[in-house]
Design a protein. Structure first.
Length: 407
């Protein structure tokens, strides 16, 4: 047998042995990971208030031999766990914030436990092959998009692969995510008795209703994948008083940053026109954080799908067939190669951000999805640690897909 064939066979045997060790390590932590995920699920905390979840996750990593920094990037509930040294640097991202009223109806307890599980499971490979595994705790994905700020502050600099899994109702490895900009609007009118002196008032409720109607009309003339939606937070005080103040919150989404900027101008015109028509004053604020579109790395996608199928999830696909949403993981994917696959924990008719999905996130299927996600993430990390050429391919694909600034 030629020398190169012997070497190839030896490397394949070593990789298979390491895969067995990584999976065994994940399984050894199963009971603790399930308990951790269910504890977070039972104690939902809103964005930037995830004190318990952050402490539990960081403590778990410390107990597993990770060096943990808390309060990174200026966020008290963010953390960075590190094990090993040198390249490549593999990062698993944890989310753990909940939704108002609904708790973990987005399943972030699953994401968090899968991330720390993957990190701990990859330790045997790091010990034998070198490299670094990170578990980065990223707070308030739902509201503040902290990954975007963390990316701006260098949290993902030098990372060769940034990966996470999200629970869903389908097994999908490469789902699109829209760029998203939040908009806060206020109309200031003039109060008056609604029956006795209506002509003396300027109706701020009329302004917000007109603006909402304008937005509805605009939807006919935007790209099919774009999304514009919002709520009226305040509409007046009493029916016999001309409303002098109204407030609303909207989200504007588009496939790319260029069209998002164009769409923002059109949406703003809807509110300016309503102010002009009603004689009210408009004040508006675009959010400090804009969610960037997701750039799934094709090499990482292929590796993750292969590992998921090897674990028995034969339905896993690389095709984009998940509902359009937005995530601050998109911002991470702009600065480091990344993936954000969905792992099914519920049937297709159970939608995220519902009480039914919150129940699924704490169910046996939810815990199985968490463990499958942790295993597949760890195996994908192992693929990269074991093959420098794969790391190079990941980087090449990232550079090819990354938009040119200002282009």
């Amino acid at each position: 047998m030629p020398a190169f064939a012997i070497m190839t066979t030896t490397l394949e045997a070593m990789l298979e042995k390491l895969k067995t060790q990584v999976l065994a390590e994940a399984d050894a932590h199963r009971a603790e990971l399930v308990e951790l995920s269910l504890r977070i699920h039972a104690n939902p905390e809103l964005g930037l208030q995830e004190v318990k979840a952050s402490q539990w996750l960081a403590g778990y990593l410390e107990g597993a031999g990770f060096s943990v920094q808390k309060g990174v990037c200026g966020f008290p509930t963010a953390f960075r766990g590190s094990y090993g040294e040198g390249s490549p640097v593999i990062a698993f991202l944890a989310e753990y914030d909940a939704l108002p009223e609904l708790g973990h109806a987005c399943g972030h307890n699953v994401i968090a436990a899968a991330a720390v599980g993957a990190g701990v499971a990859l330790k045997p490979a790091v010990d034998q092959l070198g490299g670094t595994v990170l578990v980065i705790g990223t707070p308030s994905e739902e509201v503040h998009g902290c990954k975007a700020t963390m990316a701006d502050r260098g949290a993902f600099d030098g990372v060769d692969a940034a990966m996470m899994v999200h629970p869903g109702n389908k097994d999908v490895a490469a789902s699109p995510a829209l760029a998203c900009a939040p908009l806060e609007v206020e109309f200031f009118g003039r109060p008056a008795h609604a029956a006795a002196y209506p002509e003396r008032g300027a109706n701020a409720l009329d302004a917000i209703v007109l603006a909402y109607t304008n937005v509805n009309a605009l939807r006919q003339h935007v790209r099919e994948s774009s999304r514009i939606h919002g709520i009226i937070l305040k509409g007046g005080e009493a029916p016999n008083i001309i409303p002098a103040y109204t407030q609303a919150r909207f989200l504007v989404r588009a496939e790319d940053m260029h069209y998002l900027e164009e769409l923002k101008e059109k949406v703003l015109d809807c509110f300016l026109a309503a102010a002009l028509a009603t004689g009210c004053r408009l004040e508006y604020t675009w959010g400090d954080v804009t969610y960037a579109p997701m750039l799934p790395n094709p090499v990482l996608v292929e590796l993750f799908v292969a590992n998921m199928r090897a674990l028995g999830r034969g339905s896993f696909t690389t095709e984009s067939q998940y509902g359009l949403g937005s995530t601050d993981m998109g911002n991470v994917s702009q600065v480091a190669p990344g993936i954000h696959p969905y792992v099914a924990i519920a049937p297709p008719d159970v939608l995220e951000h519902t009480p039914q999905f919150a129940a699924a996130a704490g169910s046996g299927d939810g815990m199985q999805g968490m463990m499958d996600g942790a295993r597949a993430l760890a195996l994908t990390g192992l693929d990269l640690l074991a093959d420098p050429a794969l790391v190079d391919r990941v980087r090449e694909e990232f550079l090819a897909a990354k938009p040119v600034p200002g282009g």
